[in-house]
Write a protein that binds this ligand. Structure first.
Ligand code: MF3
Ligand code: CO
Ligand code: CO
Length: 271
């Protein structure tokens, strides 16, 4: 297999799927507060997807070697790096939570995105981690244009993260996306400029850095087959957008009315 190039119809399909994925995150945002459980977050998202006429890409998702994923989204709190499974434990003041939503439209297109949510007042360190991780995602996005290489994206993210004393998780990466959830290429959040695949107009992929406040190493947690935590129990944050390579640069597809504004150093969501 190789990297798929989306034609005009594919791009229209991706724009719709990605906007809807972002709208699921908008929908849950006003409800998130201390005391609510991640199962309630999951239920709200499922309700939103039903209204949209989309379905969750995660429920029943089973890559080789994994048990079927049981929920409509992932909720990864504090030292959970990714793939946290919603449960009945209430959110606490001071928690930071990543919510990762992937929808499939009627036409079979996938939109994948995640955001961090701060539960009540959180520590300055936690806020800083969330905000620097957001910036790091956008630093990577800004490297996207025809002729650039994936190593340019990964390197920019890694350099920014490490400059600010954060570490980059290596075991999980962004990915091509289209009429499949995870397509080629792998989008590493570290690496060397000028290496790896050259970007071409019509490619769509995610950029979804996981940055840790402590060391980069991760491990599986418990026995659900999914939950990944930091080995040193340090906090971890992640943001995710799906982007399109345009003729002249990038278009961020997972945007909607409730998307947080890009950092001040970003001049456009579409170039
Ligand atoms: N949405 C995640 C990603 O960004 C994948 C979640 S797979 C799940 O690639 F099964 F854990 F939901
Ligand atoms: Co993804
Ligand atoms: Co995702």
């Amino acid at each position: 297999m190789s990297i798929t190039i989306k034609d005009a119809e594919g791009i229209a399909g991706m724009r719709e799927a990605c906007r809807l994925a972002s709208e699921v995150l908008d929908y849950i945002a006003p409800h998130i507060q201390p005391g609510m459980t991640t199962n309630e977050v999951d239920r709200l998202a499922a309700e939103c997807m039903a209204q949209q006429g989309t379905i969750s890409a995660t429920i029943g998702y089973q890559p080789p070697g994994y048990p079927p994923y049981p929920k409509s989204l992932c909720t990864s709190i504090n030292n959970v790096v990714c793939h946290g499974i919603p449960n009945d434990k209430p959110l606490k003041k001071g928690d930071i939570m990543n919510v990762d939503v992937t929808v499939i439209t009627k036409d079979g297109w996938y939109g994948d995105n995640s955001r961090m949510y701060l539960i009540g007042d959180v520590s300055i360190a936690a806020k800083r981690l969330c905000s620097l991780t957001y910036d790091a995602m956008w630093i990577g996005i800004q490297k996207v244009k025809p002729g650039a290489r994936l190593g340019d994206v990964g390197h920019a993210i890694q350099k920014y993260a490490e400059h600010h004393g954060l570490s980059v998780v290596r075991e999980f990466c962004g990915h091509g996306i289209g009429q499949k959830f995870h397509e080629e290429p792998q989008v590493l959040h570290y690496g060397y400029p000028g290496t790896l695949d050259e970007l071409l107009p019509g490619m769509t992929f995610t950029i979804e850095p996981m940055l840790n406040a402590g060391r980069r190493e991760v491990k599986e947690f418990g026995n659900d087959g999914w939950t990944i935590v930091t080995k040193d129990r340090s906090l971890s944050a992640q943001w995710e957008h799906t982007v399109l390579v345009t003729e002249t640069g990038y278009e961020v597809l997972t945007l909607s009315a409730g998307s947080p504004p890009p950092p001040a150093f970003v001049t456009a969501t579409k170039t």
